[in-house]
Design a protein around this ligand. Structure first.
Ligand SMILES: Nc1ncnc2c1ncn2[C@@H]1O[C@H](COP(=O)(O)OP(=O)(O)OP(=O)(O)O)[C@@H](O)[C@H]1O
Ligand SMILES: N[C@@H](CCO)C(=O)O
Length: 349
């Protein structure tokens, strides 16, 4: 059996829109078995079972499930049109879907790693990141999930031909359904070195409180509300804060005032308030002064989860945010998470 574990992640951490990612301690797990002797004749040779968040909703056919569709894309780039005979993939997913905790990033990373394992492709992590970026086109979640820890990411300046290849519509990378209409054509391979990352230190005292509302915000919708251009003042505001953020969060003991300031944003959070009732009030009123132990607060990824970074008083901080959501008739669950330093792992048993 091959076990693939991929952590969830929180992107942006305030000002680092599409740049900063933090891998956190909830893991998507795939248990993969290849036994030709017990092959069930499943389409594309892949039988899927699923438990956890999304059970009953997430499609379980290899050509429509995001994890196996991604794997098929990578396999087909390597001239393998189907899974090996008798492939069984059991998916255990505790990452809440569409809440800003990188469920799709984790699914895409899991799919690329699945293809690498079953197809015996021998891809490096750097090359796997290229494949991930052909599907999830911002690097913050996928790089954090693949490499682990607290990361800064960037996309390379590519040649005009490679840029064109990277911007091929998603529908051509992952045709819908991927396997149903197999044209026999090779899908577009990713250019080499699309994206890169750098790991930042993380102060061991800081934990992440995730307050997870019981409603979904699709990332595509939360990107759709953002403007296409910004004022110079707003860009400079974010640049000033993002320059401080990795230093402030790596310094031990943490300086809460500095972290709070470094987590302010004018690029995405203000525009997403229409999708997340109570967001401006929560971000403004929960501060290190009013709530000792708090270091900083932000929208996690595209939301609606709120991420509060803190060193103490976790229950109190969570409760005040739960109460504010409750005034808007929004129920939430909450968890204390820690950085997942290791990133994606593969084990064999
Ligand atoms: N384990 C999974 N198996 C299959 N599909 C999944 C899985 N996890 C996520 N998805 C797909 O990804 C969608 C959610 O992706 P979306 O980008 O909208 O949110 P997110 O990744 O949870 O949040 P964010 O990108 O803000 O961190 C789900 O609705 C589902 O279609
Ligand atoms: N940087 C992305 C993360 C969500 O996938 C966004 O905020 O839209």
């Amino acid at each position: 059996m091959i076990t693939i574990r991929v952590p969830c992640s929180s992107a942006n951490i305030g000002p680092g829109f599409d740049v900063i990612g933090l891998a956190l301690s909830i893991w998507l797990e795939l248990r993969v078995d290849i036994s030709p002797a017990t092959a069930s004749g499943a389409p594309l040779n892949c039988e899927i079972s699923y438990e956890g968040d999304g059970e009953g909703e997430v499609p379980l056919t290899a050509d429509s499930n995001l994890i196996t569709r991604t794997a098929l894309y990578v396999l087909r780039c390597h001239k393998q049109r189907v899974f090996p005979v008798g492939t069984k993939v059991h998916i255990i997913n505790p990452i809440p879907l569409g809440r800003g905790l990188g469920s799709s990033g984790a699914a895409v990373v899991a799919g690329v790693v699945l293809a690498n394992e079953v197809g015996k492709l021998g891809l490096s992590k750097a090359r796997m990141l290229d494949y991930c970026l052909m599907i999830e086109r911002h690097p913050d979640n996928v790089a954090a999930a693949l490499y682990g820890g607290f990361v800064g990411t960037y996309l390379n300046d590519l040649s005009p031909e490679d840029t064109e290849r990277k911007e091929i519509p998603l529908s051509e990378v992952l045709p819908e359904p991927a396997g149903g209409v197999d044209t026999g054509l090779e899908p577009p391979e990713p250019p080499i070195g699309i994206g890169h990352y750098m790991k930042f230190p993380w102060a061991k005292e800081i934990k992440a409180i995730a307050i997870i509302p019981q409603f979904e915000v699709a990332t595509a919708k939360a990107r759709g509300v953002l403007p296409t251009s910004y004022s110079r003042a707003d860009v400079v505001f974010n640049l000033q804060r993002i320059a401080l953020l990795p230093v402030a969060l790596g310094r031990s003991p943490p300086n809460a005032e500095q972290i709070y300031l470094a987590m302010q944003d004018k690029v995405h959070q203000p525009y997403r308030k229409e999708l997340i009732p109570g967001l401006p009030e929560i971000l403004l009123s929960v501060t290190p002064k009013s709530h000792p132990g708090l270091c900083g607060i932000c929208l996690s990824g595209a939301g609606p989860t709120i991420l509060a970074l803190a060193t103490d008083n976790f229950d109190k901080i969570a409760k005040v945010i739960l109460d504010m959501f409750s005034k808007k008739d929004i129920k939430c669950e909450w968890k204390i998470l820690e950085p997942a330093e290791e990133g994606t792992t593969v084990t064999y048993s």
